[in-house]
Write a protein that binds this ligand. Structure first.
Ligand SMILES: Cc1ncc(COP(=O)(O)O)c(C=O)c1O
Length: 411
């Protein structure tokens, strides 16, 4: 008879299961250099964190409050929040935050706070906004109005002004993009606030979705306004995007005056329930902490500068191939005409209607870019039968686009 009185040692992995995992590892290793269309950094390694996979670490509850459950990484999470507060220009004593499961949870948290503050409020977001916003307003049962977007990805400020004017009696909840998914466009927070002022709307909430650019703009010389100093109420950043993480994670920061409204004490775990989820990853905070220990501010600055250089290299190569391509200032998202599906699949490129983009994350090399451009040019050539490689019809971008309206004068 087996002795079942103590904990059973975990059985070893069956050989066929090990073989499957090895094959999967091989597959991931092979495809990883082709990841150019999605904003996930791959220039990381955190072997120091592997031993923690042996423990059920769990960051349930408010990382700044006590918890009876002590197998958490709260002290590291608090330091991570401190780093983000500094770089997102958040006054430490007036803001609070936690490490989320990613940008989407941060957006949900921001809009949840806004809705608690203004239950009757209307959420405004542009048509270029990440799909999480539309889903979140459905989850929250909030009213929302989609605002037209400009061809360059920014919100259409005239449409925003006119729509706000029509609904001046209801507090607006503005969902601002600090780096749109497809164009890397930053909505102008100064303009948005001046529209609110012009319309004498004093009760409002501004959430910033800074999924990718939230960890790029702090490291450039002349960032667009993006942080708490630009009058936002909350901000969401993805951790697995620019910072780099093997597990999805993110950070949300919000004004304390808003977060205190939603805090509830939970006796069962002896924590303050200030987060969206109950059980939360403790690895995410450890990863982000390790990343900042390793890179430091100087390392982050150099990574961003390198990515911007590779983005310019990509634009130059597209132009040399006779194809239009552009990026926004301080953005590493390079927009170009949509190639055929085979190229999209080969390079994991994100398409949207007539455009596609590549994102020069730190692992994307100039050599990779050159191969992508060659494949895109060949694909468009075969589609148009144009031997010079230039796309025909002349403007394969968004039908409303004209080259003059594009943001960077590299065309
Ligand atoms: C602008 C923007 N917001 C939010 C998200 C969602 O972030 P996550 O995938 O971390 O939930 C993304 C993801 O690509 C994004 O581009």
């Amino acid at each position: 008879m087996d002795d079942l009185s103590g904990p059973l040692p975990m059985p070893p992995l069956p050989p066929e299961a090990r073989t499957r995992l090895e094959a999967f590892y091989q597959h991931i290793t092979e495809i990883s250099p082709s990841l150019v269309g999605y904003p996930c950094s791959q220039d990381f390694d955190y072997p120091e964190l592997a031993p923690f996979l042996r423990y059920p670490l769990n960051n349930c509850g408010d990382p700044f409050a006590d918890s009876i459950y002590r197998e958490n990484s709260f002290p590291f999470e608090r330091e991570v929040i401190g780093v983000f507060q500094k770089h997102l220009r958040a006054p430490v004593d007036q803001t609070w935050g936690y490490v989320t499961s990613g940008g989407t949870e941060g957006n949900l948290y921001g809009l949840y706070l806004a809705r608690e503050l203004f239950p009757e409020g209307v959420v405004y977001f542009s048509e270029h906004t990440h799909y999480s916003a539309a889903k979140i307003v459905r989850v929250l049962g909030a009213r929302s109005i989609m605002i037209r977007g400009q061809d360059n990805g920014e919100i259409d400020y005239d449409d925003l002004r006119e729509t706000l004017r029509l609904h001046r009696d209801v507090p607006p909840i503005l969902f601002a993009n600090i780096g749109t998914t497809m164009h890397g466009a930053v909505d102008d927070l100064v303009k948005i606030r001046s529209i609110l002022k012009e319309l004498a709307i004093t009760r409002h909430y501004i959430h910033a979705d800074a999924a990718l650019s939230g960890m790029i703009l702090p490291w450039v010389a002349r960032p667009q306004p993006f942080g708490f100093d630009a009058g936002i109420d909350s901000i969401a950043v993805s951790g697995h995007k620019f910072t780099g993480s093997p597990v999805p994670c993110g950070v949300v920061l919000a004004r304390r005056s808003h977060t205190e409204r939603v805090a509830r004490s939970v006796e069962y775990v002896g924590v303050m329930d200030t987060t969206i989820l109950g059980s939360r990853s403790a690895l995410g905070p450890l990863v982000l902490w390790s990343a900042f220990q390793r890179w430091g501010e100087d390392g982050m600055r150099k990574r961003v500068a390198g990515c911007l250089e590779v983005a310019d290299h990509a634009i130059a190569r597209f132009h040399a191939a006779g194809l239009p391509a552009w990026r926004h200032e301080n953005s590493i998202t390079v927009v170009f005409p949509r190639p055929g599906d085979e190229v999209i699949r080969r390079w994991q490129i994100a398409p949207h209607e007539h455009i596609a983009h590549l994102i020069t994350m730190p692992h994307v090399t100039r050599e990779t870019v050159d191969q992508v451009v060659a494949d895109v040019a060949a694909s468009l050539r075969s589609r148009t039968g144009n031997s010079s490689g230039s796309a025909d019809p002349p403007n394969p971008f968004h039908p409303r686009s004209s080259p003059d309206s594009l943001p960077i004068s590299l065309l």
